[in-house]
Design a protein around this ligand. Structure first.
Ligand code: ADE
Length: 252
């Protein structure tokens, strides 16, 4: 998979790419990450990327030309090398669709992604209307730019690319991958400051361990994120025992 990131602050990325999951994926040639500076696609003397908003108001707006030209240059490079035309062109913006594991999974299936980091008051609307295919927000808060959001999206996607994580099985149990939060983990020592690891995990009984983990996942989700349970993939039996656990609504 190839991810192109368009930004006004390319210097924010190298440390991210030189450690952990990204380094591993890049070293193994499973993923390539290209960082492009939007400013390199300006033609004016001062390399201006922003301008005052028509109609007045506070803040500056990112001009359309350098963003269009950067994306078009990347796309024509890819189509020359790989004959590929269709790829998600994603704008990171607080107005976008709320990012989640399902979106990460969908994006991990593409061989190429383009991520555009917005800045200032926003980007010229024609970028949204005529260039971008998806808009993504990583949460209901406003960051000073799309870079951190692009890193979040790239991280969540890259770890789902086959072969990137050590064990192929590990993303399957991740919190949210199943629609439930993940069960608790323990490692040695068996007793730490008097706090013991649950007996069942030491039993060697795989069926019991699997059952315990499943119950813990469901209980944890009920305690912390009960709204997730509506959509989670639960068996009839699990739904029934959950209904018995949950306090019944008043008057029923
Ligand atoms: N840019 C600024 N805030 C953002 C957010 N919450 N998500 C994605 N991009 C952003």
């Amino acid at each position: 998979m190839q991810i192109d990131i368009l930004t006004l602050f390319p210097q924010m990325f190298p440390s991210l790419l030189s450690a952990g999951i990204f380094k591993r994926a890049i070293d193994r040639k499973l993923v390539g990450i290209n960082i492009s500076n939007i400013r390199d696609y300006t033609h004016n003397k001062h390399h201006t990327v922003d301008d005052y908003p028509y109609g007045g108001g506070a803040g500056m707006v990112l001009k359309p030309e350098p963003i269009f030209e950067a994306v078009e240059a990347i796309k024509s490079d890819i189509s020359r090398k790989q004959g590929l035309d269709e790829m998600p062109i994603i704008l990171l913006t607080p107005q976008g669709r709320l990012f989640c594991q399902q979106i990460a999974l969908e994006l991990s299936k593409y061989s190429h992604l383009i991520l555009i980091c917005g800045h200032y008051e926003g980007v010229d609307e024609r970028v949204r209307q005529h260039l971008v295919t998806n808009e993504i927000s990583i949460g209901d808060y406003v960051l000073s730019g799309g870079e951190l959001a692009a890193m979040v999206v790239a991280d969540a996607v890259v770890r789902l690319v086959p072969g990137v994580l050590g064990s192929e099985a590990s993303p399957i149990d991740d919190s949210h991958a199943t629609g439930l939060l993940e069960y608790p983990h323990y490692t040695r020592p068996q007793v730490y400051r008097g706090w013991a690891v649950p007996e069942v995990l030491l039993s060697g009984n795989h069926a019991q361990v699997t059952k315990w983990r499943r119950e813990q996942s469901i209980m944890r989700t009920l305690e912390r994120r009960p709204e997730l349970l509506n959509k989670a993939n639960l068996s009839l039996e699990e739904r029934q025992s959950l209904d018995e656990t949950k306090p019944s609504p008043e008057g029923r």
